[in-house]
Design a protein around this ligand. Sequence first.
Ligand SMILES: [Zn+2]
Length: 414
Amino acid sequence: MNFLKKKVNFKRLKYTIDKSSEIGKIPGNGLRRLALSDEDKEMRDLFKYWMKDSGLAVRVDDFGNMYGRREGDTNQSPIVVGSHLDTQPSGGRFDGILGVLIALEAVRTLNDYGIETTRPIEIVNFTNEEGARFEPPMMASGGLAGTFSRDFIYTRTDREGKSYGDELTRIGYDGKQENRLKDFFAFIELHIEQGPVLEKENISIGAVEGIQGTNWLEVTVTGESDHAGPTPMDMRKDALTAASKMVSMIENKAKKYGVSATVGRFSVSPDVVNCVPGEVVFSLDLRHLDNDIRITALNEMKKEIEVIAANRDVSVNIKNLWDSETAVFNNVIVNMISETSNQYGYSVKRIPSGAGHDAKYMNDMGPTAMVFLPSVNGKSHDVSELTLDKDIEQGADVVFGVIQKLANYDKELG
Ligand SMILES: [Zn+2]
């Protein structure tokens, strides 16, 4: 099959992106399209129309996930490709949106050329990926994977007390449980990188190897709050000087292990000029693609925190807030993304994902991988989010190529 001579219709793709960029538009070229809002409904209606217009069989499941199916020559399990159309409150035009609209463009291009595939192809829009209105994020893909029950999902409420279930019904996207995605041969999600790596290295395509595992900790350092004047330096139990040592130790260990470690929250009490700080609470976000490396670094950091606390005569409490295992993507598909990019003559690099995506839960269900496109200045979840036309076009060609290879693949993906 000589798909390399064929490319997507970028003008048509651009038109769908521009149309999407009008729905929920906010100043600065951004979007506010919260899950199950009126704007989400408007976008869904348009997407449904586009799918039907492209000859796809549309169905909606009980989480509101939308699917468009293009039949194959056989009834084997499908290739599934897509992402999400919802945004952050002050989000950009690209995020997961590109992943859905490029999936649509890929099947439209198959139609243009009358290309038939062995396996069916389904495109998908997952509900509430962002978690901005209803927490947690990636809720509906997590529902498919069995991580969240329907009852749990339906009873999540937004800040006004409106529930997911009620809002899903209100916008008319409460579909049937039997319509859920059950099994698939492969899942592909294209998404923007949301970090600076591809742009800095002038690379168009990221072949994503997996999603980094994450640990969130909360560290409470307790000393004694005393008057800053009368308390001699050597008689203090200063929680802040101890915590500062801990933060610089964390940075050193992060460099040693090559993990990313972030202390993003740091609060001091009593937070007064002339008081020795009695208590400090800080957070730690730790990530790496290799679970063993991450856990080794984590344990060493925890041990060192205890040592610093003992040396400084303060007490410390370390609480695990949340953790998430690494999702390692299917290597055959990751290689296929690299190889297809090379065949098109597009620059490609294997990279990990620092953020979570629907692909994480899909990876629990079957062979999965992701394609990343560069984010200008590494920005996302903001109106300044931007991915350049040339990268969008190349990403769409790669998805178009990869889904054809997968839809005709006659071996096991492992
Ligand atoms: Zn996203």
